[in-house]
Design a protein around this ligand. Structure first.
Ligand SMILES: [Zn+2]
Length: 1007
């Protein structure tokens, strides 16, 4: 009979399905009871809760995220004597089988999860029991369960689907994978190729031998397929490097408490699989995950440690969590790596060399330098494959950051971190690997994440058959680090990519869940303030530095920077819990800062002033600003990173700004408003020109239809005209040097209250805003149109800035319809420019000469009430001469975010002067923008750490002066390691900077 790909007796897919059904023969039911509780309870208390006796089909959970302890009992029937007996359990949720002491043994997941079959088979339902059984054994099994799956809560979660005793038929068990692998391989090959026709013939013959589906027939079928499985490939062009993986979202469609249990289940499954499959290599990232397992499942953790030591479990680095990279501050990213790497070193003696970030929504151009200066040479992601507009041109490439630092980056060409490890997956990896002319290896991350338990039996059985199967590229299982070291050989031949790795998707995450973003920004800055205050109090006022407390607070702050928390893409409960914790952390940081301040105040000499107020400046330049102390305005001049005692009783001469419902004016700016509250003119008196384009309006508040979810803003949202907001009232307030135009707007069901504030002597116009936001599917934005022409905008990012196009020449430009910036965004020509500053917003649009800031969204998924409620934020208009460097935009951005700080304490009669500067950056030749970002005590308590960076993008020389005598100075990497001594000079430490270079110094004061 001629071989035909079309006509077959039974379709091969039908045969494969029939084989799968024949693998297990159910021989008896299990008796099932469950104790249901709303929250998890420990094993010792498993008899608590509502008791249910259940049969398959019965519902056990009533509400979202219910928990249960299941008890399964039964007796193995005599018919199973000599057979391989397993238990089949499907809770339609997630579960973890525990041993007699309550320790996790194996994770279970439901078959009906929405996970794609192409990626892997959901449904880990088989619990090995006895091999061989003798019959008559008693079954007594406890399973801890959660009524959710890897996509949170699905409609049928919480129903007991299956609870049975079954015999595993070994020939069918093996045949299912033999058949599946060869059939799928056949589908990958040209239909008329010799290999495909051979495979088709063998599969048909194997299928034909199955008449009654006996084990004997299965053995015959396997014998038919064996020669095809034994054919070794000659294709060595690309080797697929496979590593087991279980991507873990530390919160997303479930709360953090469930993640902790997901970690336990996943790690238990990984350990069980490592035992079964000797060449299996598993990897897991995120020290936070390990820290939870250590705390909640110590016995499991010890077993993980053994596997790590053995080299079969890879700890993948290096951040504390797989953090968002757009939104956290530079110092946050440093701490992510610092605490992450330290944990892996302390716990496992491992030094990861790769940053593992498969799923994060874009990667800042600052990151390569942070990696290189933390001894991380490699970078792994796959997320750019999600781009909506352009295709990233490489899978293996050198990624160069804004300062010129380079890391070797790889994106698994299969475009997933949940590979099914099937022949289709392996073939796809080779097919799609763009850089195969340059490289002979690519990475494949296989396994089901998010509580799917990582790789299951099916992944490992497939891999066992694939290795070097004729028709497929060879597959090897090895740690990712080994893969990177391999592709690093001769890596100079790879192409490069310069600047950020912008994700052309998920731009809504710069704005969604504004409260969390605000808390994160404020906490980052509060920690900066605390570390400076505590370092000074520790070195010069004899107070203890709160090392342990800071580490604890930082780690929790870093947790909430996880790539589904800070970006805003989690469910309501995640935000309710995070916001409550942020409030607690903020109070603690404030109290600890106050304690350090008090220690400093006690050391300051008594002041001759009538009403002395100690004011701290934590920024690295001298500042003079208005501030209110004891109900009076004082003009405080405070030196760089220091303090000054100011007399609050002194009369400060004020030329108060002029304010009327249509005007705010001081000695620098003259701003006029129309009757709808829009700025009609902003005249810069120093420059003698208009800052805004005539007739364009400034601070135009607009409400757009936004039907996107938490992640995405519809790209065409501007096709529909926005609603303008309606000004309800305008009041004026004159308070000394502070003039305020108070506007109240009405939008739909929402109210926006805005204080437009101008201080005497200031060229910054602040919009201090409170919103009671009650909209759905809408987005509130403001825009300004500077009278400036520039083809690029400058955007503040971590430790520097990046330039982005203001036009849409190319698809890649067009895709950047919303961009992330931190404290400011600016458009300038050589002579003049305008910046828009903010104190907690990130989503910006710059098109032509329009600066547009996203203030609030209100998506309905996955948090149906996202962002509804009260919001507080400030943004500022800052016109300036020259470009953003000459115009002092970097400093203005910091000053809005880090105000001068009057302390509660009084000078206490100590030896310190009435004013002091601990650190000051001077420059002999140029005007550098060197910013001291961080002052803290060294992690090893060996002195002070001072981290500075060049913020203008200029190579420059600077001198760091210290307000105390130095015994020693050294430069370290970002992790405070590998100190290299720096020569001490009388005028300070002379430092050369490359553009955007970050330098970390360890300074030891002389005692
Ligand atoms: Zn993720």
């Amino acid at each position: 009979m001629p071989d035909s790909p079309v006509i077959t007796l039974r379709s091969l897919a039908e045969i494969e399905q029939a084989i799968k059904v024949a693998v297990y023969t159910t021989i008896a039911g299990l008796h099932a009871t469950a104790r249901v509780t709303p929250e998890p309870v420990p094993f010792a208390e498993r008899q608590q809760g509502r008791k249910l006796v259940l049969r398959p089909g019965d519902r056990w959970s009533k509400s979202t995220f219910d928990c249960a302890w299941f008890h399964f009992t039964g007796t193995v029937p005599d018919v199973a004597a000599g057979k391989d007996v397993v238990l089949l359990i499907d809770l339609n949720g997630e579960g973890c089988v525990v041993d007699e002491a309550g320790r996790p043994v194996l994770g279970l997941t439901s078959i009906s999860s929405g996970f794609s079959r192409e990626l892997g088979e959901p449904g880990k339902r088989v619990v090995p029991f006895r091999r061989p059984a003798s019959g008559g054994e008693t079954i007594d099994l406890w399973v801890e369960a959660g009524a959710n799956d890897l996509f949170g809560v699905r409609r049928n979660n919480g129903v007991l689907e299956e609870a049975a005793i079954a015999i595993r038929n070994p020939e069918f068990h093996a045949l299912q994978y033999d058949f599946e692998v060869l059939r799928e391989l056949m589908q990958q090959l040209p239909a008329e190729s010799r290999r495909a026709t051979q495979l088709r013939g063998a599969l048909k013959r194997a299928g034909a031998s199955l008449r009654d589906f006996t084990e004997q027939e299965a053995a015959t079928a396997r014998a038919v397929l064996r020669p095809e499985l034994a054919r070794r490939g000659k294709n060595k062009a690309v080797t697929v490097s496979a590593v087991g993986h279980a991507h873990m979202d530390l919160a997303w469609l479930w709360p953090i408490r469930e993640t902790i249990r997901k970690c336990g289940r996943t790690f238990a499954t990984a350990l069980a699989m490592l035992e079964r499959y000797p060449d299996y290599i598993f990897g897991a990232s995120q020290p936070q995950q390990y820290a939870w397992v250590k705390q909640y499942y110590p016995a499991l953790y010890e077993r993980v440690k053994e596997r790590v030591a053995e080299g079969r479990w890879e700890v993948q680095g290096a951040m504390w969590v797989e953090s968002d990279i757009n939104l956290p501050s530079g110092e946050s990213l440093v701490r992510q790596i610092l605490y992450g790497k330290r944990f892996f070193r302390d716990e496992f003696g491992k030094e990861p060399v790769c940053l593992w970030q498969p799923d994060v929504f874009g990667y800042s151009g600052s990151l390569p330098q942070l990696l290189v200066r933390s001894s991380l040479r490699y970078f792994m992601t796959q997320k750019l494959s999600w781009n909506w507009v352009t295709r990233h041109p490489h899978h293996t490439f050198w990624w160069q950051g804004i300062d010129g630092s380079k890391v070797l980056a790889h994106m698994p060409p299969e475009d997933t971190y949940n590979s099914g490890a099937s022949p289709a997956a392996v073939a796809k990896a080779e097919r799609q690997f763009i850089d195969k002319p340059m490289s002979d290896s690519c990475l494949m991350l296989f396994g089901i994440g998010d509580g799917g338990g990582g790789p299951g039996e099916e992944h490992l059985e497939r891999l066992a058959r694939e290795k070097n199967l004729a028709g497929l590229p060879p597959v090897v299982q090895r740690p990712a680090e080994e893969f990177f070291r391999h592709i690093d050989e001769g890596s100079e031949r790879y192409a490069g990519w310069v600047g950020e790795l912008y994700l052309e998707r998920h731009q809504g995450t710069y704005t969604t869940q504004g409260r969390v973003k605000r808390y994160n920004r404020k906490l980052e800055l509060a920690l900066r303030e605390l570390e400076f205050a505590a370092a000074i109090a520790g070195q010069f006022a004899g107070a203890a530095y709160p090392h342990q407390e800071l580490e604890r607070i930082w780690k929790e702050a870093l947790l909430y920077q996880f790539h589904d928390i800070l970006p805003g893409s989690s469910i309501t409960r995640v935000y309710d819990e995070a916001v409550a914790r942020y409030a607690v952390l903020a109070r603690e940081v404030e109290a600890r800062t106050a304690a350090a301040d008090a220690a400093l105040c006690r050391r300051i000499g008594r002041s001759p002033a009538a009403r002395p107020v100690v004011v701290v400046n934590s920024l690295s330049w001298d500042r003079t600003e208005w501030l209110k102390a004891g109900g009076r305005w004082i003009k405080a001049s405070v030196p760089s990173l220091g303090y000054a005692v100011i007399d609050a009783a002194g009369e400060a001469p004020v030329a108060p700004p002029t304010v009327s419902p249509s005007l705010l004016e001081n000695d620098k700016l003259r701003i006029t408003f129309d009757s709808s509250g829009v700025i009609t003119s902003c005249f810069d008196k120093d420059a003698g020109r208009e800052a805004l384009a005539p007739g364009s309006g400034g601070n135009v508040l607009a409400v757009y239809q936004d039907d996107g979810d938490a992640w995405d803003i519809p790209m065409d949202y501007r096709d529909r005209a926005p609603k303008r907001v309606r000004l309800q009232s305008a009041e004026i307030v004159q308070d000394g040097p502070r003039a305020v135009l108070r506007h109240t707007y009405r939008i739909g069901h929402s109210t926006v209250r805005q204080e437009v504030v101008l201080f005497a002597g200031s060229r910054r116009l602040d919009f201090v805003t409170s919103v009671d936001w009650r909209e759905s599917g809408r987005m509130l934005r403001t825009s300004f149109v500077p009278a400036v022409m520039a083809s690029e905008a400058s955007c503040d990012i971590q430790f520097g800035s990046i330039r982005r196009p203001t036009h849409t020449n190319t698809p890649a430009d067009w895709a950047k319809f919303e961009v992330c910036a931190h404290k400011w965004i600016d458009i300038s020509d050589r002579g003049y420019g305008v910046a828009l500053l903010n104190d907690c917003k990130y989503g910006h649009r710059v098109h032509g000469n329009v600066l547009d800031l996203n203030l609030l969204r209100s998506p309905g998924h996955p948090d149906p009430v996202a962002d509804r409620g009260e919001h507080h934020f400030t943004y500022s208009l800052y016109p300036h001469a020259g470009d953003h460097v000459a115009g002092g935009v970097v400093r203005a951005g910091y000053e809005l975010n880090v105000p001068l700080r009057p302390l509660a304490g009084m000078p206490g009669g100590g030896p310190l002067a009435q004013s002091a500067s601990w650190f000051r950056v001077g420059a002999p030749e140029t005007v550098p923008e060197i910013v001291i970002e961080t002052v803290k005590e060294a992690e090893d308590r060996s002195g002070l750490i001072v981290r500075l960076y060049e913020a203008a993008g200029a190579s420059t020389r600077a001198e760091l002066g210290c307000g105390f005598e130095l015994a020693e100075a050294a430069e370290t990497n970002l992790l405070e390691e590998h100190p290299r001594p720096i020569e001490l000079a009388s005028e300070g430490l002379r430092l050369d900077f490359r553009p955007f270079e970050i330098r970390t110094l360890r300074l030891t004061p002389r005692r």
